[in-house]
Design a binder for this molecule. Sequence first.
Ligand code: PGA
Length: 254
Amino acid sequence: MRKPMIAGNWKMNKTWSEAVVLAQGISNRYKSQWDAVDVVLCPPTVDLKAVHSVLEFDRSPIHVGAQNVFWEPSGAFTGETSVAMLDEVGVTHCIVGHSERRTYFAETDEMVNKKVLALVAGGLVPIVCVGESLAVRDADTYLDFVTKQVHAALAGLDSEQVAKCVVAYEPIWAIGTGRTATPEQAQEVCQAIRSQVAADFGADAAEAVRVLYGGSMKPENVDGLIAEPDIDGGLIGGAALKAESFVQLIKACV
Ligand code: PGA
């Protein structure tokens, strides 16, 4: 049985003080019976320590995730953040290969793979984002496109490591657009992702790996999506920026 996950990707939103208010709002509304769901808050890098401190003070089971990492352990890489730096401020998860990073910061499958390997080696859980553009969907090659991204991102891991990873299927045409994939569309790709993991790492890893859906997931559409057998939760953008809507998404997964 896979534990559902709801992860909030705050993107480049919330200053330090705003992040404290949002984390506190989520923590205040959190009910202990929701610990059947893994909850992860992914604020901007400068807010990680503050968000962790709020949750630690509340003895909250909510995890803290980063939105990006660099694969080298240290050195002359201006502007970058290492796995050890994240680890020391209490970060346990990290989004990797979000389509915005692939588009605006030229992240390739190879770079995504290096980040995944570095995170796993450092004991952090990667949340690996994959997903096709509208052009790829319209060309009807999306299953091939997405499964190739998964294959490339996880290369070099062993099956036990893959079992602990999280993959988020985020069709680019659904991100921030209000246009959600239908449950059937999301399920088709999430199932293909799991089949790819089975082909590369075996049935046990495929059964254990969590596959999330992301792209305009909100309280109004969460139920249909998470009812699908291969969708284990969500990576949430817009609806993660308000405590009220975010906790409704957690509740829907309990
Ligand atoms: P959205 O973003 O929920 O605002 O569509 C999801 C994401 O990009 O992770």
